[in-house]
Design a protein. Structure first.
Length: 410
C-alpha cells in the first residue's frame, strides 16, 4: 500500500466549523432537518466545496449527491461519505464528519499528485436521520434498492409535506436513477455517538456491524371529557394509555436485557389541555437490539401490551411501522483492515457494534463495507453539546485516508 500523503487537519476542522454555522443553534449544534432550507444551505455549501475540488457531481432522483474523483482506470469507485442532514438538537459531527473527511482525503491526494487506480467517490445521502421523514437512512436505502423511489418520494412529514415536493423545492431532485453508482467498496467515518470508546480509553472503533432498528407509531383514540366531572370508571383516556406504553417500554428493556434499548421520543396529546381528558395520543417507540430474535421478542411483547392496555381503557389504536432494519454485520476482512490501519498509525483500536443506524448499513447490501468510529465525549450525540476532540477527529480522518488509498489501489 502506498504511504498516505499528509492530511490537512486544520482545513478539515475549518470546514466542520463552517458547515456547523448553517442551521446553527444555541450551544454549538445544528438543526438541519432533511430537505428544509437549512438542509439545502448545508448541501449547497458542501457541493460548492466538491466543485471547487474539481470533483464530478451527480445527483440522483432521491437527492443523494455523489462527487467523483477520477482514477487511472474508470469503473466502480471506492466510495466514502455519510449525511449532512441533522436532527433538531443535532451536533456538528454526526454525519458531517464522514463527508468532510472524505473530501479532505481527496484534497490530500490532489496535493500529493496521487491519482488512484480506481476512482474515488464522496457521497452524502438524503434523510439519514429519519427525524422529519421516515424511514431513516432513506436515501441510502433507496440507493441500495431496499425502498422504491416512488415510496420514498411519497413519504410525508407531520405537516403532510412530501419528500418529492421538498426535493423539487430545494432543487435536489436529480435525474440520475438511484443505484447508478455502484461502489466496489464503501467506508464511513462516524462519531460513535455512545460511551464505549471513551469508557475504554480507546481512540478508534473498528465497527463490527449495526444493531437492528424497529420504529413504530401508535395513534391511540380515546374520548375527550371533563377532567373534573368524569368518574375514573367512565374514562377512555388516550393520555393515560400513552403513559403506560412509555413506562412499559422502559420495563421491557430491563426484561429483555442484553443490548435491548427502547425510547419513546414523540408524545403528542389532543386536545392537550389541562382540564380535558385526551381523546388522542400519538407516540413513537424506537426499539433496538444487536440480536434479531430478541428484537422480535421485544416487539411482540410491546404489541401485546399495547393491545391489552388499549382494550382495558376502552380506547382504539392504529399502528404504523416507520422503519424496520435487521442487524447488519460488516465483512470480517473489512473490520480487520480498520484494525490493522489503526495499529499501523499507533492508535488504540477496539471492535464494537454500532448502536446508531448509518448509511453504511445500507451500502453493505451492495459491496464490502467498513465503518471507522471516533469517540464521543460523554457518549453524547443528538445533543448540541456533541463533541469529539480535534486529535480524535484527526486520527479517524488519517485512517480513513489510509483505507481509501488501500482500497483504491487494490
Ligand atoms: O436513528 C439513528 O440511529 C440515526 O441517527 N438515523
Ligand atoms: Mn449519523
Ligand atoms: Mn444521527
Amino acid at each position: 500500500m502506498k504511504n498516505s500523503p499528509p492530511l490537512d487537519h486544520a482545513h478539515l476542522h475549518a470546514r466542520i466549523a463552517a458547515l456547523a454555522e448553517i442551521g446553527a443553534v444555541e450551544g454549538g449544534g445544528c438543526a438541519r432537518l432533511a430537505l428544509t432550507d437549512e438542509d439545502k444551505a448545508g448541501r449547497d455549501l458542501v457541493v460548492s466545496w466538491m466543485r471547487a475540488q474539481g470533483l464530478a457531481i451527480h445527483v440522483d432522483a432521491i437527492g443523494n449527491v455523489f462527487a467523483i474523483r477520477a482514477g487511472r482506470e474508470s469503473g466502480a469507485p471506492v466510495m466514502t461519505g455519510s449525511h449532512v442532514d441533522t436532527v433538531r438538537t443535532g451536533g456538528r459531527f454526526d454525519g458531517n464528519l464522514g463527508v468532510l473527511a472524505g473530501l479532505e482525503a481527496c484534497r490530500a491526494l490532489d496535493a500529493a499528485g496521487i491519482v488512484t487506480r480506481h476512482p474515488l467517490c464522496v457521497a452524502f445521502f438524503t434523510n439519514e436521520e429519519g427525524a422529519r421523514f421516515q424511514p431513516d437512512m432513506m436515501g441510502s436505502l433507496v440507493h441500495a434498492g431496499g425502498l422504491s423511489l416512488e415510496e420514498a418520494l411519497a413519504a410525508t412529514d407531520g405537516a403532510g409535506i412530501a419528500v418529492g415536493d421538498e426535493l423539487d423545492r430545494i432543487g435536489y431532485r436529480g435525474t440520475m436513477a438511484p443505484g447508478t453508482i455502484r461502489p466496489r467498496a464503501f467506508v464511513e467515518l462516524h462519531i460513535e455517538q455512545g460511551p464505549v470508546l471513551e469508557d475504554s480509553a480507546v481512540t478508534i472503533g473498528a465497527v463490527t456491524g449495526v444493531q437492528g432498528i424497529s420504529w413504530h407509531e401508535f395513534t391511540i383514540g380515546g374520548v375527550s371529557a371533563h377532567a373534573g366531572t368524569t368518574p375514573m370508571r367512565l374514562r377512555h383516556d388516550a393520555g393515560y394509555v400513552a403513559a403506560e406504553i412509555a413506562t412499559f417500554t422502559r420495563r421491557l428493556t430491563r426484561e429483555i436485557g442484553g443490548t435491548q434499548v427502547g425510547t419513546v421520543g414523540v408524545v403528542e396529546l389532543r386536545p392537550n389541555l389541562i382540564n380535558v381528558i385526551a381523546n388522542q395520543a400519538r407516540l413513537t417507540v424506537d426499539l433496538r437490539n444487536t440480536d434479531e430474535t430478541n428484537l422480535r421478542e421485544a416487539e411482540a411483547r410491546l404489541f401485546a401490551f399495547v393491545d391489552a392496555t388499549v382494550a382495558a381503557e376502552g380506547c382504539t389504536v392504529a399502528v404504523r411501522k416507520l422503519a424496520r432494519f435487521e442487524p447488519v454485520d460488516f465483512p470480517p476482512d473489512m473490520i480487520a483492515r480498520v484494525e490493522r490501519l489503526a495499529i499501523a498509525r499507533g492508535r488504540s483500536v477496539m471492535r464494537l457494534p454500532s448502536g446508531a443506524g448509518h448509511d453504511a448499513q445500507m451500502l453493505a447490501r451492495l459491496c464490502p463495507t467498513a465503518m471507522i468510529f471516533v469517540p464521543s465525549v460523554k457518549g453524547l450525540s443528538h445533543n448540541v453539546a456533541e463533541f469529539t476532540t480535534p486529535a480524535d477527529i484527526e486520527a479517524g480522518a488519517d485512517i480513513l485516508l489510509d483505507l481509501l488509498l488501500e482500497l483504491a489501489e487494490a
